[in-house]
Design a protein around this ligand. Structure first.
Ligand SMILES: NC(=O)c1ccc[n+]([C@@H]2O[C@H](COP(=O)([O-])OP(=O)(O)OC[C@H]3O[C@@H](n4cnc5c(N)ncnc54)[C@H](OP(=O)(O)O)[C@@H]3O)[C@@H](O)[C@H]2O)c1
Length: 342
């Protein structure tokens, strides 16, 4: 196999955004069941910031290349590959292994789906991780039913905006928290905005609903936040813990404290459930048909205008540190996407 020189972003040690550096790398030609992709767009997420800045048991070891989702053009195929051809645009999730912040990457074909004609790579990249997670969470983890009421925290963020849009499309009554800049976006997506910086969301939800909500999707985490989220629920409601944005402010201790709080909420005799699975940690890998069918369907819905992911910013991959700084600063609406100039 003849390797070719490309570049990718490397995190040598944990720290502030400037630990991201642009390095040359040899990318091998694809083997059996693999294709090589020239990356056009790769998503940046709160998860990337969390593992870059903090250490916790199970976090990716340094050095590593971040990037959970990518879209690009197949430029070499393995000897037995018939499902994709050179020049085809594909999208895929890297299943928690990172690597998206690259000029080129080799991926197994079963992790990829074709991108529909006419759908641009940046918009397609904004779909992959967040809309897959939101689909899994709504349909299988929370088992949300039409007409139920839900609160989406961080509703203008990457994952939150996907949950917001898919919840509205599924016929749920949606409330969303965010800062002042996200109010318009949340309203335009059919939800009632709650400014978490200026309002007490527990009191606001209590005033807006008769007996509380059916579901809270919490991407913020932390004991106080989760406890308050549970107080927004009616008897039998579901608290779905999906993320730990608060790590960026309060450190990795938020993880065990959140798990303890979730356990206490589930034990409390108020009928509230805290479903933890199925989760993105295992479900897509164990259900590859679900993964490919759901991702293809989401991309098709985006190509036909039924889904409109919000793009907060496009930044060249080589300047990924700027993208991390921007996301860490907050106040954005939608997903930050890295691009490779062609
Ligand atoms: N379970 C999964 O498989 C999965 C998949 C994807 C992401 N995640 C996790 O989800 C979390 C969010 O990721 P992301 O990519 O969506 O990040 P993001 O784009 O940075 O979004 C975070 C959002 O949270 C808002 N926010 C911050 N503090 C808040 C608070 N106290 N109350 C309400 N909103 C608040 C921010 O708004 P302002 O900036 O305006 O304050 C921002 O819009 C991360 O922890 C990530 O690891 C999990």
């Amino acid at each position: 196999m003849i390797p070719i020189k490309f570049h990718h972003i490397v995190v040598q040690r944990r720290g502030s955004p400037d630990v991201l550096s642009w390095k040359p790398v040899e990318v091998r030609t694809p083997g059996a069941g693999e294709v090589r992709i020239r990356v056009e767009a790769a998503g940046v997420s709160g998860y990337d910031l969390m593992i870059r800045g903090h250490w916790f048991l199970g976090f990716t070891k340094t050095p590593y290349t971040p990037g959970e989702d990518l879209v690009g053009i197949v430029d070499a195929i393995g000897p037995d590959v018939t499902s994709f051809s050179i020049g085809q645009r594909v999208a895929g999730w890297t299943f928690g292994h990172g690597g998206g912040y690259s000029e080129a990457i080799v991926r197994p074909v079963e992790t990829l789906v074709p991108v529909p004609d006419g759908l641009d790579p940046v918009t397609a990249a904004a779909i992959v991780t967040n809309y897959l997670t939101a689909s899994l969470t709504l349909g299988k983890t929370a088992k949300a039913q039409r007409g139920e009421s839900v609160l989406v925290h961080g509703a203008a963020g990457g994952l939150g905006s996907a949950l917001l849009q898919l919840s509205s499309l599924a016929g749920l009554n949606v409330y969303g928290t965010g800062s002042a800049k996200s109010t318009k976006f949340i309203s335009e997506n059919g939800a009632i905005p709650v400014n978490y910086r200026t309002e007490n969301f527990v009191r606001r939800i209590s005033a807006l609903t008769d007996d509380g909500l059916d579901i809270v999707f919490d991407v913020i985490g932390g004991p106080r936040q989760l406890w308050r989220s549970s107080r927004c629920l009616k008897r039998g409601g579901r608290l779905v813990m999906l993320g730990m944005t608060s790590i960026n402010k309060n450190g990795a201790a938020v993880i065990p404290l959140s798990l303890i709080t979730a356990g206490l909420v589930a034990l409390f005799p108020n009928g509230i459930r805290v479903p933890m699975s199925p989760s993105m940690l295992s479900y897509p890998a164990e259900n590859l048909d679900w993964y490919r069918n759901t991702l293809s369907d989401l991309l098709e819905k985006t190509a036909t205008g039924c889904l409109k992911p919000a793009i907060a910013a496009e930044v060249p991959i080589a300047q990924a540190s700027e993208a991390h700084a921007m996301l860490g600063e907050g106040g954005l609406v939608g997903k930050v996407v890295l691009t490779n100039p062609t």
